[in-house]
Design a protein around this ligand. Structure first.
Ligand SMILES: [Zn+2]
Length: 428
């Protein structure tokens, strides 16, 4: 029996009575929108818990980013009623009196719908639907936002599927030009239907504050006996208006549990474990983008695998998004089988979390995610204020932690030719 299929690790993780309290404590910090007290509280908590788990001091790398805050957002419907709305992260402000324009409902907002309405969007507000993110074929909010801008739209509204619930999320805008963008509830979208009289007219008002800001990437290194690493990552930041429980208190708590289980053993491993806690993930993956960009080519080569945990509770079903690295799939499926945990692998590169920046740099990178392709899973509440602790079951976190621990320990001990195969697979 090799070190990585030791049943002891699984038993140890299963018996970890700190996993659930960690999850609750992270939820208690609040939604953790970057730049808020809530985010700072969560970083302090994660730093203390990770230090206790690993026995080493964390190292913080400053992450400068475009600070942004919405001071006010409102939407006046055609009948004059005010509907609640939520400014998307880094939306630009409207003129102080609001942006009044006609609204073009593009349904889901597929490329076909944008093409069919190419002549309608100039000077109008585009209305699209929020989609379950963890489904193959999902069209990301940022792509719809860009399509609206390219078509000359002057505003962007995205409606969630849950009655009375606003959608949060990022507009994807970095700096400079953009259009005002907000999430709305399905009732508001219904009030913006086109009628025989023409496109409905609405007034969107968004007031923002922008200034340079700084957060951090927090690293903990437990070296193995070679100079190679497995990077285990999760993002700390989230969205206001809830507690960002599935996305991503679940991933943070599971990283801590994995670290506790592995810490006593890592020095006997071939590769070390580097924990990476990123922020401004919800802001176009900014924290991990800066981190990966700071690595030398040699440092990139010495990372065997990035295991990124994002939204690993809310459904008992787990998937590994393998970012095109087909060569890593047999390894992952083997670990899952040994752990008696059903795992699906999904191959296309999905730029929906921090693993994407590792993958784009040629580093084999996976994201573990719960509820992929299951529209009934609680993951449908992600990016809404209903992403709360009650959507996550204790055994879901335990299952994720058992699997993550098995994957990381095996990746640390896999022989070098096999690991080289993970990397080259991207070229196949
Ligand atoms: Zn996330």
């Amino acid at each position: 029996m090799t070190i990585h299929d030791s049943p002891d690790l699984a038993a140890q993780v299963t018996a970890d009575d700190q996993l659930w309290p960690d999850f609750l404590a992270i939820c208690d910090c609040g939604g953790r929108l970057a730049g808020t007290e809530s985010e700072a509280r969560a970083f302090a908590l994660v730093e203390a818990r990770a230090e206790a788990a690993t026995g080493v001091k964390g190292r913080s790398i400053p992450v400068p980013y475009g600070g942004w805050r919405a001071k006010r957002a409102s939407l006046k419907l055609p009948d004059g009623a005010e509907a609640p709305c939520h400014a998307l992260v880094r939306s630009i402000a409207t003129p102080p009196g609001g942006l009044t324009a006609e609204v073009v409902d593009l349904g889901r907002g597929t490329p076909e719908e944008f093409a069919a309405h190419a002549g309608d969007l100039e000077g109008r507000i585009a209305l699209v639907r929020h989609e379950l993110m963890f489904v193959a074929g999902t069209i990301h909010r940022r792509r719809k936002y860009l399509a609206a801008r390219e078509a000359g739209a002057v505003g962007f509204l995205i409606a969630g599927p849950l009655p009375g619930q606003l959608v949060a999320g990022s507009s994807g805008r970095q700096d400079g030009a953009g259009i005002p963008a907000a999430g709305i509830a399905p009732e508001a979208a219904a009030a913006l239907r086109r009628t025989a009289r023409g496109w409905p007219r609405a007034t969107l008002t968004i007031e923002t504050e922008e200034r340079p800001a700084e957060t951090r990437t927090l690293l903990f290194e437990m070296p193995g006996w070679s100079d190679e690493w497995v990077v285990l990552s999760a993002h700390v930041d989230g969205h206001d208006g809830g507690e960002s429980a599935m996305d991503n208190a679940s991933g943070l708590a599971v990283v801590l549990a994995t670290a506790r289980a592995l810490a006593p053993q890592v020095k006997g491993f071939r590769r070390g474990v580097r924990l990476a806690f990123f922020s401004v993930e919800e802001w176009a993956l900014t924290g991990s983008a800066q981190y990966v960009a700071s690595l030398t080519a040699d440092e990139c080569l010495r990372i065997a695998l990035n295991v990124n945990l994002d939204s690993v509770g809310g459904s008992p079903n787990l998937a590994a998004l393998t970012s095109g690295f087909a060569g890593v799939e047999p390894f992952l499926l083997g670990i899952a089988e040994t752990s008696s945990i059903a795992l699906r692998t999904v191959r296309p590169l999905m730029q929906n979390s921090d693993h994407a920046n590792f993958a784009l740099a040629g580093i084999p990178a996976i994201r573990l995610v719960a509820g992929f392709d299951d529209p009934r899973a609680n993951l449908r509440y992600v990016l809404t204020p209903a992403d709360t602790r009650d959507k996550v079951a204790t055994d879901e976190l335990t299952r994720s932690a058992v699997l993550a621990t098995a994957i990381v320990s095996a990746a640390c001990n896999e022989d070098s030719p096999a690991v080289a195969g993970w990397r080259s697979a991207v070229f196949r």
